[in-house]
Design a protein. Structure first.
Length: 249
């Protein structure tokens, strides 16, 4: 896994994990604001790295591989490990694995495992995969229907369409199947670092199951809602606010 680094001279580390359907440069507007103060480590997740033909396998594998790669770099603790959507799933799994310590684990609209019968999870995965498969075939016009935010420009949609073309159907399937069903302990969890769950005001209903999961299994979670935003908007449209949130931790 390629990990892009910025601000290597700074002692405090922040790990930023991107969502699906984008690559590591999803954080391009945040990087200049944070690299002055923190050592940033941003992985290009397998399956979403335009420089190779890797495939995304699972949340569990991505979390383990990222932690091992960071440890090999000499990183033992981070100020924060942040992930959006699929990235949030990886953050939660990394917290559960406990290989790498963090003062703050931040899930931004992070996906938690479904608490549903297995057969229902199959139908949901098929539905989501079908939507993404249409996007891969149909290009920008189909992608518009797959995103809830209305702020994406034509250039943004062309960028996402390029990601769709690069990602294999296997990566798309594994992404949705694993994000919905990755393995986590079935009992109440507490970690040495503080767990945060951020969510956008406009995605509140979509995150209902995730919020319930966090309240049930990680009762110490700190929740924060961001007014006027939709899923995945912060890094793209509100980078100054995002940088300030890290400063305020």
């Amino acid at each position: 896994m390629v990990i892009h680094e910025f601000g290597e001279q700074n002692p405090e580390c922040i790990v930023l994990i991107h969502p699906s359907l984008v690559t590591w440069d999803y954080f391009e507007y945040v990087i200049p604001l944070l690299e002055k103060h923190y050592r940033l480590l941003i992985p290009a997740l397998p399956g979403y790295d335009l420089q190779d033909d890797s495939q995304f396998r699972s949340v569990e594998q991505a979390a383990a591989e990222l932690a091992d790669d960071l440890l090999r770099k000499g990183i033992r603790e981070a100020k924060a490990i942040y992930g959006c959507s699929m990235g949030g799933s990886i953050v939660l799994r990394m917290a559960a694995d406990g290989k790498l310590n963090a003062q703050h684990y931040i899930m931004d609209g992070g996906i938690t495992p479904y608490q549903l019968p297995w057969i229902l999870t199959r139908f949901i995965a098929l539905r989501d995969f079908g939507m993404m498969a249409l996007g891969k075939l149909g290009g920008e016009k189909m992608i518009v229907k797959a995103f809830s935010s209305t702020q994406y420009s034509e250039e943004d949609l062309k960028y996402v369409a390029n990601i769709f073309r690069h990602c294999t159907y296997k990566t798309h399937w594994n992404t949705f199947d694993s994000c919905n069903n990755y393995k986590m302990p079935k009992e109440t969890m507490r970690f040495s670092g503080k767990v945060h769950y951020w969510y956008a005001e406009k995605e509140r209903k979509a995150r209902d199951w995730d919020l319930k999961y966090m309240k049930k299994f990680i009762p110490d979670t700190v929740f924060k809602s961001f007014t006027g935003m939709d899923h995945g908007d912060m890094a793209l449209f509100y980078p100054e606010m995002m940088a300030q949130e890290f400063h305020d931790l």
